[in-house]
Design a protein around this ligand. Structure first.
Ligand SMILES: [Mn+2]
Length: 337
């Protein structure tokens, strides 16, 4: 009796999970449905999860601690803080803002993934799914933009707080519509969402977000290294890239020795083949790249033509890990292996 019940419920879960429909939310089974972004959650991944939960039902969570910029956004938008979930066992999971297994919370079983809404390349080591999931990946500036478009095409109007957080997702990932990854969709939806949220000057909101992100004077180097951090798998090598976007880059580049120590500890503890850290200067639109050993130095030199400055490699007009830093390092790793 017990056994057949278990079988029945198993059949129920697998049928419903394979049937997730992004175009027809009414049809979905939203039982135990969780929306989550990547490890080291950023504002786009958090706000895309919030928007997805509004559109499709279920609960938005973060898989790790919320960063200072995102905390500012929640306060500004008067939105509820998403729960930090440490155990995804038994949940039906929708992924937003990533598709890499190296960025997946370790308790997420790939067979529980029913949807992926993302704006990243399916390179490196994407999640390996035996079942068919509903997948929507577009080359837009943020995952939040894709969710805004989903809501619009389903005639679902996001509540004011969620319109505000979704706007924040767009502004965060596109550096207030200034990054090379910005598309016309990001611009259009930023305008629409600002209107919906009752924000008359979204540039000022974006500036305040950048400032909230920039003040890292009281944060230790190890925390800064992993605050906006991703692990990739390139040519079978585990490659970590941490980024600190800031308007006040000197505040961080002056702390080079602290970062070197933090990177040595982190690289060893996480068994990484290569590790890079960029203090990304959003005011002067340049990246300051750091590494800690010879192999990483060789890769950085192969990947970039930059200028040396006090132990950092300065990369002019480089602000995007997704579009610029990641792909260049990927090519260098693949060429070396
Ligand atoms: Mn994103």
């Amino acid at each position: 009796m017990k056994f057949s019940y278990a079988l029945l419920s198993l059949a129920f879960i697998s049928t419903s999970s394979s049937a997730f429909e992004l175009n027809d939310p009414q049809k979905n089974n939203t039982q135990n449905l969780i929306w989550t972004g990547h490890l080291s959650p950023d504002t786009d991944s958090m706000t895309a999860a919030i928007a997805a939960a509004h559109i499709y039902g279920g609960t938005a969570v973060v898989p790790q601690k919320i960063n200072p910029e995102s905390r500012f956004v929640l306060e500004y938008c008067q939105a509820e803080t998403p729960l930090q979930l440490d155990d995804f066992t038994g949940k039906q999971v929708g992924l937003v803002d990533f598709n890499q297994k190296t960025q997946l919370h370790k308790t997420i079983d790939p067979s529980s993934i029913t949807a992926i809404i993302d704006h990243h390349a399916i390179g490196g080591s994407p999640v390996n799914l035996a079942q068919v999931a509903a997948v929507d990946i577009r080359p837009w500036g943020s995952a939040a933009t894709i969710l805004a478009d989903r809501a619009a095409s389903l005639s679902i109007s996001l509540p004011q707080q969620a319109a505000c957080t979704t706007l924040a997702g767009i502004l965060s990932d596109t550096l207030v519509l200034q990054s090379a990854t910005t598309t016309r969709y990001d611009r259009d939806y930023a305008l629409k969402l600002a209107e919906q949220a009752g924000i008359s000057d979204f540039h000022s909101f974006g500036e305040q977000m950048l400032i909230a992100k920039s003040d890292l004077s009281g944060t230790d180097a190890a925390a800064i290294l992993t605050m906006d951090y991703k692990t990739f798998e390139y040519a079978g090598k585990k490659v970590g890239i941490g980024v600190a976007e800031t308007l006040t880059a000197e505040q961080l580049t002056d702390r080079k020795d602290e970062f070197i120590t933090a990177m040595q500890v982190y690289k060893k503890a996480n068994n990484l083949d290569h590790l890079f850290f960029s203090v990304t200067d959003t005011k002067n639109k340049q990246a300051n790249l750091l590494w800690i050993d010879k192999a990483d130095a060789a890769l950085a030199r192969a990947a970039f033509q930059g200028q040396d400055a006090d132990g950092w490699l300065v990369l002019k007009n480089v602000t995007s890990r997704k579009r610029q830093i990641g792909p260049a390092i990927q090519r260098a790793v693949e060429a070396a292996n």
